[in-house]
Design a binder for this molecule. Sequence first.
Ligand SMILES: Cc1ncc(COP(=O)(O)O)c(C=O)c1O
Length: 470
Amino acid sequence: MNSLQDMFDPRQFRASGHALIDLLADRLADSLAGQGKVLQWRAPTTEDRRWQQPLPQMPALATAELLEKLRDDILPAGLAIHHPRNLGHQVAAPLPMAALCDLVAALTNQAMAVYETGPAATMIERQVIRWLNELIGWQGADGVLTSGGAQANLTALLAARQQTAGWDIWQHGTAAGPPLKILASEHAHYSVARAAGIMGLGVNAVVKVAADDQGRMDLAALAQAHRQTAANGARILAVVATAGCTPTGSIDPLQQIGTYCREHGLWLHVDGAHGASALLSKKHSAALRGIALADSVVWDGHKLLYMPATVSAVLFRKPEHSYSAFAQEASYLFQGDSSSDETFNTSYRTLECTKRMMGLKLWAAFSLYGVQAMGELVERVFATARLLADQLQAAEDFELLMPPQTNIVCFRYRSGNQAALRQDLVESGAFHLTQVKLGETIWLRTTIMNPFTAESDLDALLTSIRDLKA
Ligand SMILES: Cc1ncc(COP(=O)(O)O)c(C=O)c1O
């Protein structure tokens, strides 16, 4: 039996920690070198059978056995996120130093809900928020870190609702006024519709605005949707533009949408979960021109800021809006008075009460590498995506959906069932990629997240698809 001392023993922590880091460093080295499979595919039902152990009443593993199990069983059964042929989802190949900072967050467990449960964590988060706002081009703005872009979108839309409804909707609910609508591109992330559902508006409150053939919100369609919604007697809660939409990575025309929203007094929310990181690059930031016209912006760290999941920023141009989403009094936390110290209690502004110390890893990455090197990571993956697009365009047996605006490339192999091709490729462990249905057509979809993905990996992807079909 383990004694209390054993369970918290700092010496044991030190020794196991060194061993664990060795093991992870080996895994990182292998993955970056492209060794082994991207994914050791096993059907979920098969994998599920391996995880049916009885609940241990007494120790079932020694620490050394836990490490062995991690090395031999658990890590190999995961997706090798740093593998250069991992081209699937918009999930960062995290910076190792950022991952180490997450270990700090885990052990020190700075709960963040109120300032005194994490004074340094609170200040680091505020620092990171100021930096991100500076990159947007905002001065005196505010915001907060939260767990994931979906939750960040909900938080921004809750704030927008409180500001734009025209009555105290937090207090009196949705039934106390006219219907509220959200105008968003047909390619907006599903979390926007989910936010409408959570807010009690119904998912039909999201009016889908058509996109052009490059996946960008069509301005005439936005104006038409606006007129129609107003004519129906509904009020517009927000216009949601996307910088880096999920299916194709397209960036809505933020300058024009922002100007339109300003002219018509509409709240503009920019979901930049994926694409806001283009702001780090002098070469690509122009694609986001107009983002500063937004009222709120969401920006995921665990996408193109190369952070371990999760860390997302929800940012507000007007600092007071950062307090609009969750307007209730939580007196047991905030002790009721309106002293300015209360503004340092982040849970006033997030769905989470306790939350992880998320700012440290971002603060460390910006401090260690600077905007320039972080921007180069973005530039590399954007350039690799363009290279892949060029290769696809040059190959007669492939069809490119559109030139990439970010790092997402969609394409089809001209013969064969795309879904079956993808499944075969994923199960082979040679590549990981996704698929997307646009209209009635299924496209293969790659997201280049890894700056080490090379031209030879792209060549191999095309060859593997051809070989599968052969
Ligand atoms: C445009 C966009 N918004 C929001 C999200 C949701 O972000 P998260 O997965 O961090 O909750 C995604 C996820 O892929 C996304 O692509």
